[in-house]
Design a protein around this ligand. Structure first.
Ligand code: PRP
Ligand code: URA
Length: 210
């Protein structure tokens, strides 16, 4: 991790990213690739979550062992595209609670507009994983984290698939306490706020709306 940013540049990630980015990948495969990549990011981003001591009985003997307390984990996808990462994480941590924050970017200003928020009751006491495949200007995730902090959430991580220097800088400036996990740091934003080379509009590609 350098300056709060972990880039997961594993060969499996690099391979899957090629197909996720491709404009020839259809909705069904895009969704599956997003799920697989989210799993690989989750593996890295959960490296330091707390575990509890327990024990288990193997066929040979009783032994001490460990368990994650899923009750204390909150997944918070930013709608819409963040939903594409939720199932992958729930597969690892089926007991996790899921909150939702609805934001879209105003096409003119690129500023996030909030339209929904429903969070687990005890979010202030949880390890929070904010999910959104795209970190572009950083406005959306910065707003989502602001909302979470208003509810006293503390241990917050951000998981994305593709980021860019502009978004990383903005998030580091607004929320320096939040660790960022990403599969790639792309070149830059274009004049209308899309990541280059990127993958286009993640929500549209996940849900086939364009
Ligand atoms: C996309 C993406 C992020 C946001 C990133 O959502 O899923 O939430 O843009 O851009 P930013 O870093 O510049 O804020 P979008 O606003 O297109 O909404 P949608 O998921 O509903 O399509
Ligand atoms: N949102 C997306 O879905 N894609 C981008 O490149 C930027 C913002």
């Amino acid at each position: 991790m350098v300056n709060n940013v972990t880039v997961i540049d594993h060969p499996l990630v690099k391979h899957k990213l090629t197909f996720l980015r491709s404009k020839f990948t259809d909705v069904h495969i895009f969704r599956e690739l997003m799920r697989e990549l989210a799993m690989l990011v989750a593996y890295e981003a959960t490296r330091d979550i707390p575990v509890e001591d327990t024990f288990c009985e193997t066929p040979l003997m009783k032994t001490s062992s460990y368990m994650i307390s899923g009750q204390l984990i909150a997944l918070v996808p930013i709608l819409r595209a963040g939903l594409g990462m939720v199932d992958a994480m729930l597969q690892f941590m089926p007991m996790a609670k899921v909150g939702h924050i609805g934001l879209y970017r105003d096409h003119q200003t690129l500023q996030p507009v909030q339209y929904y928020c429903k969070l687990p009751t005890y979010i202030h006491n949880m390890d929070v994983f904010v999910l959104d495949p795209m970190l572009a200007t950083g406005g959306s995730v910065a707003k989502a984290i602001e909302i979470l902090k208003e509810k006293s959430a503390k241990r917050i991580r951000f998981l994305c698939i593709i980021s860019c220097p502009e978004g990383i800088k903005h998030l580091q400036e607004t929320h320096p306490d939040v660790n960022i996990y990403t599969c790639a740091v792309d070149d830059r934003l274009n004049e209308i706020g899309y990541i280059l080379p990127g993958l286009g509009d993640a929500g549209d590609r996940l849900y086939g709306t364009k």
